[in-house]
Design a protein around this ligand. Structure first.
Ligand SMILES: NC(=O)c1ccc[n+]([C@@H]2O[C@H](COP(=O)([O-])OP(=O)(O)OC[C@H]3O[C@@H](n4cnc5c(N)ncnc54)[C@H](OP(=O)(O)O)[C@@H]3O)[C@@H](O)[C@H]2O)c1
Length: 254
């Protein structure tokens, strides 16, 4: 697909990979709209990139997804690319029963299944009738190398990312005779705000690659129409999930 002249909505675009994508797409002559829940982060992004359009939205809530959809379509009727990127990552110990699940739900105001998976599905469904009318359109779903081989201390996160992979395969098939292309971006560990506290708690010293590297690889993949854009180490996880699952799983889960 072309990587300039688009109007792009990036969910969770105020920090990390979403912001790096926003910056790169702006530099290539695209209109970019971002959404997130935190006004302060949206304002910081806007201060850094004044051409950004911002909208406060919690994509885990259907009422807010509906509002986002209506606002985007009435203000940016030419919008032709949806990037489902917003995500959270939690360590969940299921030996404690529902304690961790409920604690995160209360303290963090968010559920991994709702944010990381349900929002991707519902936003795709909201925008498909608009995107299908465009000459060239795309839905880009950001999954993770951990969707291919999981880290067991983050069982729900990894499962949502596997689900995004499966959903992207089906969506691509359903839309194959339309103008909408479906891409999956598969990042490795990236140095972002994604549950930094937990990374420190489990002694993870690898901070990961810069978000700008993922953004660059994403644009290169989109330009080459690569359906699955696996970046860096994620290429090994995707291939290993087919050929060498047990060995890599044991290594990753100590
Ligand atoms: N970092 C990694 O190692 C890594 C690796 C593979 C895949 N990924 C994936 O990459 C994507 C981006 O993550 P990141 O690493 O860039 O982390 P990040 O810096 O924390 O960015 C995530 C963004 O999503 C937003 N968000 C979270 N919940 C939301 C909600 N309910 N509604 C709207 N926005 C929401 C956050 O803003 P608010 O909190 O203000 O809403 C934040 O701006 C995620 O899907 C993540 O799973 C990351």
């Amino acid at each position: 697909m072309k990587v300039s002249g688009n109007t792009i909505l990036i969910t969770g675009g105020a920090t990390g990979i979403g912001l790096a994508l926003a910056e790169l797409f702006l530099s290539k002559g695209n209109e970019v709209i971002i959404c997130a829940r935190t006004s302060e982060n949206l304002q910081k992004a806007k201060d850094r990139l004044p051409k950004l359009h911002t909208m406060k939205c919690d994509v885990s809530k259907e009422s807010e997804r509906e509002k986002l959809h209506e606002w985007v379509i009435s203000n940016f009727p030419e919008m032709n690319v949806l990037i489902n990127n917003a995500g959270i990552q939690r360590m969940i110990d299921l030996r404690k029963g529902p304690d961790d699940l409920l604690r995160h739900l209360k303290e963090d105001c968010g559920d991994e299944i709702d944010i990381n998976f349900k929002a991707y599905v519902y936003l795709a469904a909201h925008f498909i009738p608009d995107l299908i009318k465009k000459k060239e359109a795309a839905i880009v779903n950001v999954s993770s190398g951990l969707g291919f081989i999981p880290i067991a201390s983050m069982p729900v996160y990894c499962a949502t990312k596997s689900a995004i992979h499966s959903f992207s395969v089906s969506l691509r098939h359903q839309l194959k005779d339309t103008s909408i292309r479906v891409f999956e971006v598969i990042p490795p560990t990236v140095n972002t705000e994604l549950d930094k506290g937990a990374r420190a708690r489990r002694g993870q010293t690898d901070r990961g690659i810069p978000a700008e590297v993922v953004a660059k690889a994403t644009l290169a993949g989109l330009e080459k129409d690569e359906s699955e854009i696996a970046v860096g180490m994620a290429q090994g996880l995707r291939a290993g999930s087919r050929d060498n699952f047990e060995q890599i799983f044991s290594r990753m889960n100590g």
